[in-house]
Design a protein around this ligand. Structure first.
Ligand code: 5CA
Length: 439
C-alpha cells in the first residue's frame, strides 16, 4: 500500500477527549473515528487490525471444533420473553419497534436466539455435542461509554454457545474453550489471566474472565505472581498445563480464607476484561424448551455454556499492553502491515529507485508493506511511522544509502542494522514470513 493514496489520517495533536493511551493512539493513528457516543467508524488502518484479530479468533474456534454461524443483530422481543430476560435486562438493552409496532431489540448477546435455532433442528442426544460461534456486532446502551472502543456501546464480539447432553459433557466443552482462549490470547501477543468471575446478566454458577493486565484496566484482579513470568516469555510456547493449574489460583474478589495462593505470591493489579466464559446448565434450555431425547427416550433440556471474546476491545487492550511514548508497538500477529518502508527523499532518483525495488520485491513475496511515498519532512515521516507502530521500518535515503546500505529498524527493540537491498529482501522473504506476516 502506498501511503500517498491510503486513507490514513494521522493526527499530531493529542485529542483532548481521550483519557487513556489506547484511545489517544487509536485516534492519532487514524484507526477509528467517533460517530456518536460509544459508536465508532473503523477506518482502513484500524479495520485491518480488527480483521487480523478476527482471523486468529476464528482459527482457534475452528481448531476447538466450533462451527461458525451468523445471527442477526436485530432480534424479536418475544424470544427474550420466553427466557424471562426481556424485563430483567433493563436499560442496557436498545429496544426498537418496527413499522407494525412489533417489539424488537438490538442484541446485547445471543443466548435466546441460538437456543431457538438449536431447538428447531436438534432433537436427539445423538446429535450432541454441538458448539456454534459467530463474530457479530452487539449493542449495549452502557451508562458510561468511555475510553473509545474499550467500553463502547456498539462493539464486536465473538460469542459461542455449547450444547451437551449432561453436566460432564458441558464441563468438557467449557474446558476446551478455556484452552482455546489461552491459545487465542497467546497468538494475539497478550497474556490474559483467567480469573473467577461473577456471571452477571448471563447467569449460571461457573464463569471466568480473562484479563490483560494494564494500569488503565477497569477491573481489580488478584493473581498468582507466577503469571508474570509468562508476560516475558515466548508466548508461542505457552505451557497450557501450567496455566491450567494457575487459573485455579486466581480470584477476582480476594478472600484470604479461601484463596489458594500463598500470601507471598499474591499480586493485585488492574485488568482489562477481554473474554468471559460461562457454564449455566439449563437456564435457557428449560424455559425455552430446548430438549432432546436421551438414550432412554426421555426428553431432557440441554446443558449449555456461552463464551465471549471482546474482539474490538482487544484492539485497545493490545495497545494498552504494547506502546511507548512514540506510539503503538503492534505484536507481529495482528500488525496491520508487517513493514513500513520510508522513502526519505521522494523525487530523488536514487532513493526512489531503491524504494520502488524494495516495495515491488516485498510485495511479490506477499509481505504486507506500507510504503511511505509522501513528500514530507523526514521528521514527520519518522514520527508517523513510530506512531502507527508497524513491527519493522525500512529507511531508504539516510546516510547509509551512499554506501549502498539501507537501514532496518525493529520498532519494538529499537535495534537498527544497515543492510544491502538484497539482504533486506532476504530478511523478509518466505523463510521468515508466513502468509505475509512476520513470524
Ligand atoms: N453471552 C456472553 C458470552 S458469549 C457475554 O455476553 N459475555 S460478556 O457480557 O462478558 O461479554 C463478552 C465480552 O465482550 C467481554 O468479556 C468484553 O471483552 C466484551 N465487551 C462487553 N461489553 C463491552 C463493551 N461495552 N465494549 C467493548 N467490549 C465489550
Amino acid at each position: 500500500m502506498r501511503w500517498s493514496t491510503y486513507f490514513l489520517p494521522t493526527l499530531k495533536e493529542v485529542p483532548v477527549e481521550a483519557q487513556i493511551p489506547s484511545h489517544r493512539l487509536m485516534l492519532r493513528a487514524g484507526m477509528i473515528c467517533l460517530s456518536s457516543s460509544g459508536i465508532y467508524t473503523w477506518l482502513p488502518f484500524g479495520l485491518r487490525v480488527l480483521k487480523n484479530i478476527e482471523t486468529i479468533v476464528r482459527e482457534e474456534q475452528e481448531r476447538a471444533g466450533a462451527q461458525e454461524v451468523l445471527m442477526p443483530t436485530i432480534q424479536s422481543a418475544d424470544l427474550w420473553r420466553e427466557s424471562g430476560r426481556y424485563d430483567d435486562y433493563g436499560k442496557e438493552m436498545l429496544r426498537i419497534r418496527d413499522r407494525h409496532e412489533r417489539e424488537m431489540l438490538y442484541g446485547p448477546t445471543n443466548e435466546e436466539l441460538i437456543t431457538d435455532v438449536f431447538r428447531r433442528f436438534v432433537k436427539t442426544y445423538r446429535d450432541l455435542p454441538k458448539n456454534l460461534y459467530q463474530i457479530q456486532w452487539k449493542f449495549r446502551d452502557e451508562i458510561r461509554p468511555r475510553f473509545g472502543i474499550m467500553r463502547g456501546r456498539e462493539f464486536l464480539m465473538k460469542d459461542n454457545y455449547s450444547f451437551d447432553i449432561d453436566k460432564e459433557g458441558a464441563y468438557n466443552s467449557y474446558r476446551k474453550m478455556f484452552e482455546a482462549y489461552l491459545r487465542t490470547f497467546a497468538r494475539l501477543g497478550v497474556v490474559a489471566i483467567p480469573v473467577k468471575a461473577d456471571s452477571g446478566a448471563i447467569g449460571g454458577d461457573m464463569s471466568q474472565e480473562f484479563h490483560v493486565l494494564a494500569e488503565t484496566g477497569e477491573s481489580k484482579v488478584f493473581y498468582d505472581v507466577a503469571f508474570e513470568e509468562l508476560r516475558h516469555k515466548d508466548l508461542a510456547s505457552l505451557d497450557i498445563e501450567k496455566l491450567r493449574n494457575l487459573y485455579a489460583a486466581a480470584e477476582e474478589k480476594h478472600d484470604p480464607q479461601t484463596c489458594p495462593v500463598a500470601p507471598e505470591n499474591l499480586k493485585e493489579a488492574r485488568g482489562i476484561e477481554v473474554g468471559h466464559i460461562f457454564y449455566f446448565g439449563t437456564k435457557y434450555s428449560e424455559p425455552m424448551k430446548a430438549t432432546v431425547t436421551g438414550e432412554d427416550g426421555q426428553l431432557i433440556p440441554v446443558e449449555m455454556g456461552s463464551y465471549g471474546i471482546g474482539v474490538s476491545r482487544l484492539v485497545a487492550a493490545i495497545i494498552e499492553a504494547s506502546h511507548d511514548a512514540a506510539g503503538i508497538i503492534w505484536p507481529e500477529s495482528v500488525a496491520p502491515f508487517c513493514i513500513g518502508l520510508i522513502n526519505l527523499k521522494v523525487g530523488n532518483p536514487d532513493t526512489d529507485k531503491a524504494s520502488e525495488t524494495l516495495y515491488d520485491a516485498l510485495q511479490k513475496e506477499n509481505v504486507e508493506v506500507l510504503y511511505d511515498d509522501r513528500d514530507l519532512r523526514a521528521g514527520s515521516k519518522f514520527a508517523d511511522m513510530d506512531l502507527i507502530g508497524l513491527p519493522w521500518q525500512i529507511v531508504v535515503g539516510g546516510r547509509s544509502l551512499s554506501m549502498n546500505k539501507i537501514e532496518v529498524k525493529c520498532r519494538k527493540t529499537g535495534l537498527r542494522e544497515d543492510l544491502s537491498i538484497n539482504e533486506v529482501i532476504k530478511k523478509f522473504t518466505k523463510s521468515t514470513i508466513s502468509d505475509g506476516k512476520c513470524v
